[in-house]
Write a protein that binds this ligand. Structure first.
Ligand code: LMR
Length: 404
């Protein structure tokens, strides 16, 4: 058996972490995976998570029973309110199906599986992904027999949004197409539509009957504000665009390895929602039976306790604030101190954990090979890997790479 199995390439993001770990160079920098680091390049266990953990450990009633198939109810209901709004009419009307998932990837998978089984496409069984997007989106949809297509998103000329290209795609796609949209802090570009642009996108999607498949992995990281970062999703719900949302707590709660997330499908009526929930349960049962408890219990404590919730918001401001500060410092180093050729304003204009530097694949590879700076070949850098100790070395390395 297996003699004919071809060798697969390593994952384009996680191979960087592995290579960084074995690199002996003292100034090495990992700007690959989107994982927050503090100013000393250490993983940051959020203080609020430490508190929730202590509460959990001191609770004598904690057991290790199975959760319901759709997950911890007090987690999924609070998670739905976090993204859709505590006063969301869709929640009040009982038309939101919420299922706990294996973080954002699991939510994307369950969502993709669900649409592959039950969506009635106007044309072929395909999904439109932004060009570029998180590499895993392509694999997740292919796995369930949905063909990934792309829509224009990033304009290399402006290092910004290709709004006209995006609208032209929405216009020309078959009616009732599925569009995957990043709810905020677009990965990998750090480029989001403005509110005005989102409103026009929603209008056009409504007109064409398109379905919005939202991925929300960075709520809190775009603006430092959980409510503000949920704006697009809530606006789409308000305007009546059909949608689902994939939600991750990996980044905003720093619970990467605990795999805590949720899928929320918004239906037109409560009765439809009940049928959707029933089918999601059947799919979940055959895939993972029931989701894991630990991360969901931690997040549930934080979301359902007003004091812990306020503390979490401050922790998010700490993370988002440090990233914004790194953007400012990098911009200053490149433009004022090093006078690096080119325009670097996108470093401060882009938002979220990532910045698309605009350097080409050869330059990205040179940065890794010559300077021991690990980044994806598309020129994406995780701003969270920069700190006051390594930012000058990075800026100088980037400057030399750009000068050739
Ligand atoms: C990333 O894009 O770096 C993160 O979303 C981590 C991952 O799973 O790829």
């Amino acid at each position: 058996s297996w003699q004919t199995v071809p060798l697969a390439p390593p994952d384009s993001i996680f191979k960087l972490t592995a290579a960084y770990k074995v690199d002996k160079f003292d100034k090495k920098i990992n700007l690959g995976v989107g994982a927050y680091r503090d100013n000393d390049n250490k993983p940051w266990v959020l203080p609020v998570v430490k508190k929730a953990n202590e509460l959990l450990l001191s609770n004598p009633n904690i057991d290790h029973e199975y959760l319901p198939i759709t997950g911890l109810p007090e987690f999924t209901s609070a998670a739905a309110k976090l993204i859709l709004g505590s006063d969301s009419p869709a929640i009040k009307e009982g038309r939101v199906s919420s299922v706990q998932t294996i973080s954002g990837t699991g939510a994307n998978h369950l969502g993709a599986l669900f649409v592959s089984r039950f969506y009635s496409w106007g044309g072929d069984k395909e999904v439109f992904l932004s060009d570029p997007t998180w590499v895993n989106h392509h694999a997740i949809f292919k796995n369930v027999g949905v063909t990934p297509k792309t829509y224009p998103y990033y304009d290399p000329a402006t290092i910004g949004l290709d709004y006209d290209g995006l609208m032209a795609s929405l216009n020309s796609a078959p009616p009732r197409s599925i569009y995957l949209l990043h709810a905020c802090a677009h990965n990998p570009t750090g480029v989001d539509p403005t509110k005005e642009q989102w409103a026009k996108i929603a209008d056009l999607m409504l007109e064409k009957g398109h379905y919005a498949f939202f991925d929300c992995a960075y709520q809190g990281f775009a603006s430092g504000d959980l409510e503000g970062d949920a704006w697009a999703v809530r606006e789409f719900v308000r305007r009546g665009v059909s949608l689902l949302v994939c939600q991750s707590f990996a980044k905003n709660a720093g619970l990467y390895g605990e795999r805590v997330g949720a899928l929320h499908v918004v239906s037109p009526t409560q009765e439809t929602g009940a049928r959707v929930t029933s089918q999601l349960s059947v799919l979940q049962r055959s895939e993972i039976s029931n989701p894991p408890t630990y991360g969901a219990r931690i997040v549930s404590l934080i979301l359902n306790d007003p004091a812990l919730f306020e503390e979490w918001k401050r922790d998010i401001v700490t993370m988002a604030g440090r990233i914004i500060e790194m953007r400012k410092q990098l911009h200053h180093l490149l433009t004022v101190e090093l006078k690096t050729p080119g325009n670097w304003d996108h470093i401060v204009n882009q938002i979220g954990m990532f910045s698309f530097t605009g350097i080409n694949p050869e330059q990205s590879k040179a940065l890794t090979e010559k300077a021991h700076v690990y980044l994806t070949v598309n020129g994406r850098i995780s701003m969270a890997g920069l700190n006051t100790h390594n930012i000058r070395y990075f800026a100088e390395s980037l400057d030399q790479t750009v000068r050739g």
